[in-house]
Design a protein around this ligand. Sequence first.
Ligand code: PLP
Length: 364
Amino acid sequence: MPRADALYFDNNATAPLRPEAASAMQSAMGPPSNPSSVHGYGRAARQIVETARAEIALLAGSRPADVVFTSGGTEANNLALSGFDHVITSAIEHDSVLRAAPDAVLIGVDTDGRLDLDALRDILATVDPSARDKTILSVMMANNETGVIQPVDDVVTLAKQAGVAVHCDMVQMLGKSHLDFAASGFDYASLSAHKIGGPTGVGALLVRPGRAMTSLLRGGGQEQGRRSGTENFLGIAGFGAAAKAAFDDVAHYRAMAEWRDAFEARVAAVRNDAVIYGSGAERLANTSCLAVGSKSSETMVMAMDLAGVAISAGSACSSGKVHESHVLKAMKAGEGAARAIRISGGWQTTKVDFEKLAEVLTAL
Ligand code: PLP
């Protein structure tokens, strides 16, 4: 176990469970809870699921009916793309998009990690009119490794002009700003509970009314035939409570941008070799991806862990192994990518935490 005074700066990987989510799950736990059952137990479970749906819809700016519960952001991304024969996406998407569409046409990014809109225009111009109905453009709202915010309004405009569907992975933006799915023009958007202080293993796909859905799972036709399988009732209860609590976080994240910037300025002042990836672009307030000194990312993560700070290695970390980051590669980060670390604050992070983080990092 990490020491009691450890600092947690890996919230883009997962955030600590909010007390509101824990208590919602605890109070829902126990009775038989199949929301499809007609008896009183089932109706009580249904009510909890529908309350959570409304809370999540409020945070994402959608109608409750647009929310299709899934097992997380990964499934939501897979589900969004599943009904399409052609996928256009960016080179910096999460693996759950890139691996769900191995034949996708990839749009590059600039050295700050922003989508190349001219390249996107060129790619869309090549879409065969007869293939438009079966083509989807998928671009994330904010990148999980660098925090760089993508020009998704332009993406929607271009997608509409080209007559193709558009999906947005909102997983990292949810809770950090008030989203408006209804007004956004997105046809689909993905959400995940554990990035906002809900439990792991639950998320949602938002689906615009009238948009087709190709269910990945065949079975009982839950979620109005859009996602079969008895709902993850406890997870959904926790997701709803986390979404409700996250609604008031926007001011916290606005303040966090200043704490993060002060942290970066302090690191840069002490270590003049520091490189901050994406610093020329608009970024999520909580995220800093940087290379400092000569140690590899893995060594830095271990050294920081020993010093009592949990961070991650540029993110491309799965099953405990650090791989070259496809995001930093697309940004042409060069050899610095092998030394990159990612710091990400969360709903529980304070200004003092960022100050301590700067102290530890500059002393290494
Ligand atoms: N999309 C992005 C941008 C993410 O950062 C993640 C998680 O790291 C996911 C999708 C996948 O979400 P989940 O862990 O809920 O499957």
